[in-house]
Design a protein around this ligand. Structure first.
Ligand SMILES: N[C@@H](CCC(=O)N[C@@H](CS)C(=O)NCC(=O)O)C(=O)O
Length: 236
């Protein structure tokens, strides 16, 4: 059976990582059997990041390549009757979330001083308290470096939240009054959108972006619907 290597569930979410959650959502939506293999150190994975899968003796890291692989193997199970143009729009939306919104989530969780202890005590709970602070400081330094290299780390907190709120506004406009980002039927894009929306609505930390998304009635209703449909074992 396909193995999904990912972090353990946290914060009432199937996964604290939107990259991991979207693969699990995809597998459930596509009806592909899988088992989860909990990890604590993504550094031990094939490219040092979570998630990765092992399937038919092949190890595949990176949610983008995992989805491509599963699409090829299972005949694009979530394509429905979407046109090439619709699929291209979904591609652009997915990249916005993975390459833009994601970094605002990371910044708020790991760097903002009032938020970081929540993440420290959740992600490093197995490490005794005095040691935990030290290990977290080292991990946080790595995250800071990544944020600075990517560019988000060079912005102020207000600027970061401003940009993330534009992403939220775009998502809300795109969804409109439809049930799914795929349209009338659920589609591959919904695995990604639902994961980011869940990470923000059920965020373990407070931020302007998290407060803002809760003002978008269509995204809140979508979140509640999708959690019931895809992750009834986590829906509240
Ligand atoms: N492009 C990758 C990104 C995965 C990723 O950034 N995963 C994060 C968790 S949300 C991670 O493992 N980070 C560990 C690190 O960067 O050291 C994907 O789509 O799977």
């Amino acid at each position: 059976m396909l193995e999904l290597h990912q972090f353990a569930p946290q914060f009432g979410l199937p996964n604290p990582s939107p990259f991991c959650m979207k693969i699990e959502a995809y597998l459930r939506l596509a009806g592909i059997e899988y088992e989860t293999k909990p990890i604590t150190d993504p550094g031990k994975g094939p490219n040092g990041k979570a998630p990765w899968i092992v399937d038919d003796g092949k190890t595949i890291p990176d949610s983008r390549f995992i989805m491509e692989y599963l699409n090829r193997k299972h005949g694009y199970p979530l394509k429905g009757d979407l046109s090439e143009e619709q699929l291209a729009r979904h591609h652009a939306l997915r990249r916005m979330l993975d390459e833009s919104t994601y970094w605002a989530v990371v910044y708020e969780r790991w760097i903002v001083p009032e938020n970081a202890p929540t993440i420290r005590d959740a992600f490093f709970s197995s490490i005794p308290a005095p040691m935990r602070k030290l290990i977290f400081t080292v991990a946080q330094r790595g995250v800071k470096r990544a944020l600075f290299g990517q560019g988000t780390g060079r912005l102020s907190r207000d600027e970061i939240n401003h940009l993330a709120k534009l992403d939220i506004e775009a998502m809300s406009q795109i969804l409109g009054d439809r049930d799914y980002f795929g349209g009338e039927k659920v589609a591959e894009i919904d695995a990604t959108t639902m994961s980011y929306i869940a990470s923000l609505i059920q965020s373990p930390v407070r931020s302007e972006t998290c407060d803002y998304i809760k003002t978008k009635d269509n995204l809140v209703a979508y979140h509640e619907r999708m959690m019931k449909e895809v992750f009834p074992d986590y829906a509240s």
